[in-house]
Design a protein around this ligand. Structure first.
Ligand code: NAG
Length: 451
């Protein structure tokens, strides 16, 4: 009897039981037993666990094949599991597919996780508090200090560079042109240089659990001022997949776009100024400040979008500004899909001034870095017009013996066709060929040995 009992005890020692989930998910978990031999490395663990729970990875645009085998396993503390001893009995593990970034799971409302950051000036771990599942939102505590908040507000007023100083906010880059908008009335400045801005960018990478900071994956810190009445109507932070033809904006197909936003509150606001998520279901246990009354609403034009928003902001899911607090939300899901639920707005300030900052992290090298651009002249030397396509998108017709000019990027594919649709040339741009290139049809024939 005793011998048998001992045998049973020994037999269970060398296995651990966990529940595995797809990246960023808290439902549809699968219970799995893991043995030491399954974990010769982090990669073998990921491959092994994918046999119980195939992941939903990015789609190869050329073959249309979706990645189903993970290459990293994260635990609930946002740390990559590399060996057996790291795994605790009954813990939750998350499978992340190649070329995708870890997305914090929601787990449940109010769930808290502490994250260590070498950059933290508070001497305390950063705390992530689960706020909403879809869109994915977290309240962030101890990311930065009162002094840093004051430092950034002072920066906002000091920056006097023409391009980055405090000015009316722009929305998006449409055909490379900056546009102001009637539905975004805040003012902003950009800070990508100050010590605080750089340190906050690095802290954001630690907070997200996505590895070492890469400056080409972050926009500069956008510093904001909303005075009384000012607001930003609900919008997404990611760019539409058709924003511009020379860039792959769709992360599901290996492209690059905004991945997550960390929104920092640099001041308290007397009334209003919430960050609202109008598409979210209101979870239980959330209390709102009192809906603004007639006299508070009298600062707005009757029937204006600001007035309407000020009311809705007190009924929808919203995070209230509080100095040194921040809110984290994701523009992308754990499988690389852009998340339209991530729509959010900056509620009108009813009383006081709201100082804040936006910190955007991309899933890959971001759009708009000068070093990536290739200026191309497409020269048509035929005696007839031809058609020019970027990937499969028709761009324009080029007249006989004429040319067209485009800003494009490394590895982008351009196709020339005649007017009957016959392919004349497919050309993939390569950065080593120079930042200014001319592509000519018909190509001049050169014997190979001349090259
Ligand atoms: C901001 O408001 C909170 C209460 O919501 C308070 O604890 C904190 O001291 C305030 N900070 C400042 C700088 O006024």
């Amino acid at each position: 009897m005793r011998g048998l009992l001992l045998f049973v005890v020994l037999a269970v020692v060398n296995a651990v039981h966990v529940t595995i989930y797809r990246n960023g998910e808290s439902t549809d978990g699968v219970q799995v037993e893991i043995k030491p031999e399954d974990v010769t490395s982090g990669l073998t663990l990921a491959q092994h666990l994918s046999t119980f729970l195939p992941v939903d990875g990015i789609i190869d645009g050329a073959t249309n094949v979706k990645e189903t085998v993970a290459d990293r396993v994260y635990n609930g503390n946002g740390i990559i599991v590399e060996n057996y001893d790291q795994i605790n009995e009954n813990e939750r593990l998350y499978l992340v597919a190649p070329d995708l970034l870890f997305v914090w799971p929601f787990v449940e409302f109010g769930h808290k996780v502490s994250v260590e950051s070498s950059q933290s000036p508070t001497q305390k771990p950063i705390v992530l508090e689960s706020f909403n599942e879809s869109p994915r939102v977290f309240l962030i505590h101890d990311l930065f200090t009162n002094e840093e908040a004051d430092g950034l507000v002072n920066r906002i007023l000091e920056i006097d560079n023409e391009h980055s100083k405090l000015q009316r906010s722009y929305v998006g880059h449409e055909n490379g042109l900056k546009k102001t908008s009637t539905v975004r009335t805040s003012e902003n400045a950009f800070d990508s240089e100050s010590e605080i801005a750089v340190s906050l960018n690095k802290r954001a990478f630690d907070l997200l659990g996505i590895g070492t900071y890469k400056d080409d994956m972050a926009d500069g810190l956008q510093l904001l001022r909303y005075q009384q009445k000012q607001a930003y109507i609900a919008h997404t932070d990611y760019f539409g997949v058709h924003t511009s033809p020379e860039w792959n904006w769709d992360p599901k197909y290996g492209g690059s776009n905004r991945f997550a936003t960390v929104f920092l509150y640099l001041s308290n606001v007397t009334r209003g100024g919430q960050t609202v998520f109008p598409l979210a279901n209101m979870p239980e246990g959330i209390s709102h400040a009192q809906v603004p009354d007639e006299s508070e609403l009298s600062i707005f034009e009757k029937g204006s979008w600001e007035e309407d928003m000020a009311i809705k902001c007190h009924t929808k899911l919203a995070s209230y500004p509080r100095k040194t607090h921040a809110v984290l939300f994701y523009s992308q899901k754990g499988n690389g899909a852009l998340d339209p639920m991530s729509e959010h707005g900056g509620c009108p300030v009813l009383d006081g001034t709201k100082w804040a900052a936006n910190l955007w992290v991309w899933n890959k090298r971001r759009y708009g870095l000068d070093g990536d651009k290739i200026s191309v002249t497409f020269q048509n030397n035929f005696d007839h017009p031809i058609q020019l396509f970027w990937s499969t998108t028709f761009m324009q017709e080029i007249d006989a013996n004429s040319h067209a000019f485009f800003e494009s990027y490394d590895n982008h594919e351009w196709t020339f066709k005649d007017l009957e649709g016959n392919e004349l040339l497919v050309h993939r741009l390569a950065k080593p060929d120079g930042t200014t290139q001319t592509i000519t049809v018909p190509q001049s024939e050169k014997p190979k040995d001349e090259l």
